[in-house]
Ligand binder design. Structure first.
Ligand code: NAD
Length: 329
């Protein structure tokens, strides 16, 4: 089966969006306000909400070729798929894998990915020797998902991992929750993750290789989240946490690791929608957080690299809670 033919129903879109200004924050952003001579740890207003961009701390490209350091993080020649990779958290995680040398496929239902995708794609090829492709799919369509994963694996004769990040939120109280919204949230957040995880594992079995699968759940799968009335979303994420443990048990002896990630609040398009509906949520969430701020998607780059590389080779069935201390007090 040819790669292009197999992907035809899924309409491959090697995005041609215009390149936007690179997403690099000012190097002048500081943890402390420079206008004060002494830092008062009790004054949270004194803390910048924009930590210095992690990319500014990367070594020069030529230094990335030094394979002697931390070789367990090296992803050269490895192939990964990321659902929900058209923007937000998924795209930031894709960038991390690319910088470690991987070939990454972002799978999303968006007609064209976020403009940041084109910036990342150009860097992937020019600077890191990897590649970044976009394929439009709906994770609810099990046939489409299996065809796409099969075609990716056939193209490279391997599939090393998956990050299942496609998801939606829906704010509505339980008594008012519509059946349609219940179906949408569950079929994308749970069925979609199940479809992607099984499609990925099927290819790992096909090519008799080990692999790593990271299911993106949420801290909302562990707690009822103050300032966010979303009973079905929360439950869908609890189901994802449990799915990771169950799949880890089924596939561990075959060398396929499965973990779940529970992030706290991250500033992404999904959270922007919550703020449009409930502007007070931002202050509530910041106050509930030990760091007094929300996360940036880039702050999960290290998590993605750790989970998808051999650096986490003894970790499976785990639930990584990375929430700025939101659930710790
Ligand atoms: N932003 C947060 O605060 C936060 C916190 C905890 C967990 N999460 C989880 O992280 C993941 C990424 O969320 P995000 O914040 O980057 O949101 P986002 O809306 O920016 O990204 C989600 C992506 O999933 C895609 N998607 C939705 N339905 C799809 C479908 N049926 N098929 C294919 N793609 C589909 C969307 O198009 C979008 O690009 C989600 O699973 C979310 O629940 C987010």
């Amino acid at each position: 089966m040819s790669f292009t033919r197999a992907l035809a129903p899924a309409r491959i879109r090697l995005a041609s969006a215009t390149i936007a200004t690179p997403r690099i924050l000012s190097s002048s952003s500081r943890l402390y306000s420079s206008s004060r001579s002494s830092f008062n740890p009790h004054d949270i207003h004194n803390v910048s909400h924009s930590p210095e961009h992690i990319q500014t701390k990367l070594p020069e490209t030529k230094l990335l070729k030094n394979h002697h350091r931390f070789s367990e993080f090296d992803l050269e020649d490895r192939v990964y798929a990321i659902t929900g990779g058209g923007g937000g958290l998924g795209l930031s995680m894709a960038e991390a894998l690319i910088e470690a040398g991987a070939k990454v496929y972002c799978l999303d239902r968006l007609e064209t990915p976020h403009p940041d995708f084109m910036v990342a794609k150009e860097k992937a090829e020019k600077e890191y020797g990897g590649s970044l492709e976009y394929i439009r799919i709906d994770v609810r369509n099990v046939t489409e998902v299996n065809n796409v994963f099969s075609a990716i694996a056939e193209q490279h004769e391997r599939l090393d991992g998956l990050i299942a990040a496609a998801g939606i939120n829906h704010l509505q109280s339980a008594l008012e929750h519509t059946q349609q919204a219940l179906d949408d949230v569950m079929t994308i957040n749970f069925n979609g993750v199940f479809n992607a995880a099984t499609a990925a594992a099927r290819q790992m079995f096909n090519y008799q290789q080990k692999g790593s699968i990271l299911l993106v759940a949420s801290m909302s799968g562990l707690i009822a989240n103050k300032g966010m009335t979303s009973p079905v979303y929360n439950s869908s994420k609890a189901a994802v946490i449990q799915l990771a443990r169950s799949l880890a048990m089924e596939w561990g002896r075959h060398g396929i690791r499965v973990n779940s990630l529970c992030p706290g609040h991250i500033i992404t398009p999904m959270v922007d929608k919550v703020f449009q509906q409930n502007p007070a949520a931002r202050a509530t969430w910041e106050a509930e957080n030990m760091l007094g701020r929300l996360a940036l998607p880039e702050e999960f780059r290290g998590t993605a690299l750790f989970c998808l590389s051999d650096a986490s080779s003894f970790m499976t069935g785990s639930t990584l809670l990375i929430d700025g201390g939101h659930t710790a007090w």
